[in-house]
Design a protein around this ligand. Structure first.
Ligand SMILES: NC(=O)c1ccc[n+]([C@@H]2O[C@H](COP(=O)([O-])OP(=O)(O)OC[C@H]3O[C@@H](n4cnc5c(N)ncnc54)[C@H](OP(=O)(O)O)[C@@H]3O)[C@@H](O)[C@H]2O)c1
Length: 276
């Protein structure tokens, strides 16, 4: 099966590519070769590679940056997603699209299921939700997978950032009023592969299991690394970042577990492998 990936050199792409490569004839491209907002470029890429399945990982993911560059966020996360979906329909290609927990407002206190109604609070979340809607409108049977709190190999992430600050300053302040599930990006590879093999469609939530706040996550990182750091809790209000984040975005992942037979390991176990 030929799998074409857009936005493949980002965090998620880098971490799941080895898994997908083992099972599919995979071609991974990024914005230098294929800008998803360019319909003609998309057409010629698809005609060149003729994939069976297209995995769209391309997005503007700088959550605070999206607040300042709303038009660009809309262009990539909404219009680009729509163009990809239209092309897939035209060329009868199966489509897998990736979305986010930021489509929710975070006002729930129990895990979000795929049937919960989204209500994004940030430009990033709004444009990602509009992207989902375009995908559903333009493609007859897309698979949409929502992920959250990803980290992995390649580039800076929450873990590398707090460890760097800890080593530089010895004191780290982290918000303690946002709860979710840190997820090792590579852990998404196997369930995604199975859903593709089984030709599943619809929306799926996926994370490692368990939940914590960013403060608790930082505490676990320092504890596993045996780093002696002064870790202080703070609030989103004090931090005053441009984009509003959901206070609670834990996912109910029963559906993906049922359809793939995979039980995701805990976020602490996944972290241990990453740090090791
Ligand atoms: N990271 C997370 O915690 C997280 C959580 C939930 C969902 N997601 C979703 O997962 C997917 C993958 O995210 P990621 O974490 O791997 O993000 P990422 O590291 O930013 O990767 C996205 C890739 O898309 C590229 N891109 C941007 N605009 C493009 C365009 N117009 N055409 C083609 N490629 C373009 C980016 O290139 P540049 O770097 O040059 O812009 C980057 O290589 C996204 O849909 C994201 O919304 C991520």
């Amino acid at each position: 099966m030929k799998l074409l990936i857009a936005g493949g050199r980002g965090l998620l792409g880098n971490n799941i590519l080895p898994i997908l490569n083992n099972h599919f004839d995979t071609i991974s491209l990024d914005i230098e070769e294929w800008d998803i907002t360019d319909r003609d470029a998309g057409k010629s890429i698809i005609e060149q590679y003729r994939p069976d399945v297209l995995l769209n990982l391309a997005a503007m993911t700088d959550v605070d940056g999206c607040e300042d560059r709303r038009e660009l966020a809309q262009k990539v996360n909404e219009e680009g997603a729509g163009i990809v979906a239209e092309l897939c329909r035209e060329y009868k290609i199966r489509l897998v699209h990736i979305s986010t927990d930021y489509v929710f407002d975070g006002e729930k206190t129990s895990p979000y299921t795929e049937d919960d109604v989204p209500n994004p609070k940030s430009v990033y979340g709004m444009t990602k939700l509009s992207g989902e809607k375009r995908v559903i409108e333009k493609h007859p049977s897309p698979l949409i997978m929502r992920a959250q709190w990803l980290y992995g190999n390649g580039g800076e992430n929450f873990i590398t950032k707090v460890v760097r600050i800890a080593k530089e300053r010895g004191v780290v302040e982290v918000v303690d009023d946002q709860r979710g599930t840190p997820t090792y990006a590579k852990d998404i590879g196997e369930p995604l592969k199975r859903l593709i093999e089984k030709a599943k469609t619809g929306i799926y939530h996926i994370t490692n299991s368990g939940s914590c706040t960013w403060f608790e996550f930082a505490g676990e990182i320092f504890s596993q690394l045996k780093l002696d750091v002064q870790l202080k809790p703070t609030t989103s209000l004090k931090l005053n970042r441009k984009a509003k984040r959901p206070a609670y975005s834990v996912f109910d992942c029963t559906k993906v577990q049922r359809e793939t037979g995979i039980t995701m390991r805990t976020w602490q176990e996944a972290l241990q492998e990453y740090l090791g």
